[in-house]
Design a protein. Structure first.
Length: 253
C-alpha cells in the first residue's frame, strides 16, 4: 500500500523520533544526566547588558561572561548570613535553623536578572564591589538580608524596610532580632604585620557595620558574641573543603 505524502512524512518523523530515543537510551547514565539536570543560568544586568553569573551565596557572585568574566564580586549595602556552615545564632534560633535561612538568601539572589552597578573598587579579598538596588530592597523586605554599610549611612527608606521586616518578624527576624549581628570574627593570632584584631558587628537600628577591636586569641569553633548575637570562629582556610572542622559539618539536623 502506498502512503499519501502527508502520511509518509508523519511516518518518517515518527521513525526519526524513535531512533533519537533509542540513541539516548544507549548512552551511559553519566552522559545523559546533564541533559536532565543542567543547572539554570543566572544573570544580572550591567550597563544595559545581560551578564551570566553564578551566585556563591546571597551577597557574592562570579562573572561567567562579559568584560569581568572569571572575576568575583561582593554586593555592597547589605549582607546575608554566612553559608559555609552553621556559624550564627541568637535568641531562640539554633545555628542550624539560621544556616537554612542563609541558603534561602541565595535562592532570592537567583530569582531574576537584577540591574546592578559595578565600578573598579575591590574589597580586601580582591572582589569587585557592586550594588543592585532592587535586590537590596528585596533582601531587606523578605528578612533574608540586613543592612551593611561600612562607611556612611543607609538611606532612610532602606532602614525603614529593615525595621518593618523586623517588626513583622519576617525571615531571620521570625524569632526576634538582637541589637546587632556579628558578621565576621578574627583572632589576634591570625593578624599580620601588627594589624589589630577586630570583629565586625552590624548594628540593626542604624545599618552601620563597625569594627570592634580586641586582643583576644580564639580557639577554632569558639562562639564569639556581641550585641546579643554570636558567631562561630573558624579560620578562613578551614571553612571549605575536606579539612573543615566538625562544628561546620552537617549533623543530621
Amino acid at each position: 500500500m502506498q502512503l499519501l505524502p502527508c502520511a509518509a512524512r508523519a511516518a518518517r518523523a515518527a521513525l526519526a523520533a524513535l531512533a533519537a530515543l533509542a540513541a539516548l537510551a544507549a548512552l551511559p547514565l553519566a552522559a545523559r544526566a546533564p541533559l536532565a539536570h543542567a543547572a539554570p543560568r543566572q544573570h544580572v544586568t550591567i550597563d544595559g547588558s545581560l551578564v551570566e553569573v553564578r551566585w556563591s551565596d546571597g551577597d557574592s557572585l562570579r562573572f561567567l561572561s562579559g568584560r569581568l568574566r572569571g572575576e568575583k564580586a561582593r554586593l555592597m549595602g547589605y549582607n546575608t548570613l554566612e553559608s559555609y556552615g552553621p556559624v550564627h545564632k541568637w535568641g531562640e534560633w539554633s545555628e542550624w535553623e539560621l544556616y537554612k535561612i542563609s541558603k534561602g538568601a541565595r535562592e532570592v539572589a537567583e530569582r531574576k536578572a537584577w540591574v546592578c552597578d559595578v565600578g573598579e573598587e575591590r574589597d580586601h579579598y580582591g572582589r569587585y564591589l557592586m550594588r543592585c538596588p532592587e535586590l537590596t530592597e528585596t533582601m531587606l523586605r523578605e528578612g533574608v538580608g540586613h543592612l551593611f554599610e561600612v562607611s556612611g549611612d543607609p538611606t532612610p527608606a532602606l532602614l525603614q524596610l529593615q525595621l518593618d521586616a523586623m517588626k513583622e518578624m519576617r525571615g531571620m527576624w521570625r524569632k526576634g532580632a538582637p541589637e546587632g549581628l556579628v558578621t565576621s570574627v578574627h583572632s589576634a593570632a591570625e593578624m599580620k604585620d601588627g594589624e589589630p584584631a577586630y570583629n565586625r558587628v552590624a548594628t540593626l537600628k542604624t545599618g552601620r557595620a563597625n569594627k570592634l577591636f580586641h586582643q583576644d586569641t580564639y580557639e577554632e569553633c569558639r562562639w564569639v558574641c556581641a550585641q546579643g548575637s554570636c558567631m562561630l570562629y573558624v579560620p578562613f582556610e578551614r571553612r571549605y573543603g575536606d579539612k573543615r572542622p566538625a562544628c561546620l559539618r552537617w549533623q543530621g539536623r
